[in-house]
Write a protein that binds this ligand. Sequence first.
Ligand SMILES: [Zn+2]
Ligand SMILES: [Zn+2]
Length: 429
Amino acid sequence: MRRKETAACALALLAPWAAVHAERSAPDFAALVAKHEARAIEDRRWFHAHPELALRETETQAYVLAALADTPGIEIVDGDWGTGVVAILRGNGPGPLVAWRADMDALPIAEETGRSFASTRTDTSEGRAVGLMHACGHDIHMSVALGAARVLSDARVAMRGSVLFIFQPAEEIGAGAARMIEAGVFEDGRLPKCILALHDHPTLLAGRVGSCPGYASANVDAFRLTVKGRGGHGAYPHETIDPVTLAAEIVLALPAIVAREISVDRPAVISVGSIHGGSKSSAIPDEVVLSATVRSRDDETRSELQARIERTARGHAAAAGAPEPVLEYLLGTPAGTNDPRLVAEVREVFRRVLGEENDLVYEPGMGGEDFSYYGRIVPGFQFRLGVGREGVEMALHSSTFDPDESAIPVGVRVVAEALWDQLHRPKDD
Ligand SMILES: [Zn+2]
Ligand SMILES: [Zn+2]
């Protein structure tokens, strides 16, 4: 799968010039982006029309591999990447390795945008037939990554160091990044000096970018609680132990943990998203199952929440004289941090390319993102790429999410320039 360099002679002739002038001879990025813009939009529409769920991104993988094979200077890195793709673009001279990550998976949502390239695909998820859609914009992420790879490929004669492109599956289920790392994406001499990524953002207008230095994404944990009782006839509740009432009490007691037991300085969220029990109005069931997401920003709060949820569930069950409930607790994606120094450096590029007015700072929320796994190993920064349209309300994970494609060349430009800047930035420590 490795592609041989085909322009070796030209590179040899240009090498001395590149070595001396690389820092000051930045390519004409505007022209290169214009050259590759139409292809990037074509790529995006193909990805959009061919969405695939997490860990099933086989056609997507084949498309990415073919596109990269068509990009001079790109080497595909063999490895146990599942449906992911790893590639390296080597420059013409010594320099660091910097990494770019794009995610690949779509969502089980039936599209309702009415676009000519809208998805009509279906698959099965949790035993149900579902429509599929790139409703989180990972189609944009991949097309921007391929566009940036083409731009930097054209500029590689003057480029120092190398860029590691990581096309990662299964972001939506929080599993892809950890798998890529376990499979050795940063091994065999591929530990980058930093890693960058973007996520499209519908409430930020196309042409703008957003940054969040420091804490950026939450610990995303979950639990499933089986509340046990003793079923019986609804007309004689005193002869039962009612798990429905008990579950209702627990659902109301959980937010009180956040409100009354965790300092307001430490953001936390417990949201029960599903509750299932019983099958008939006059029958009290034996058990009720509820599931919830638990969000926090720091490790201490994370473990406190787990302990207090367990105590609250057990305590309410004991008070009701019920059997001990079963708590299955799942520690998911860890909190993510955008390295403040890396953010400051990349924002210099944003301001230069897009203008100060388009370089925004946002407050972090309680969303999760498995990009955080990479940032625990090397300095990382994931920024927001505006894909919003003036006067149009849009949300990620919605069937009507319809990003402004004019954001794609903007993304290609800032990604190519930010990677270039990291490669050519003089060492100052
Ligand atoms: Zn998503
Ligand atoms: Zn996403």
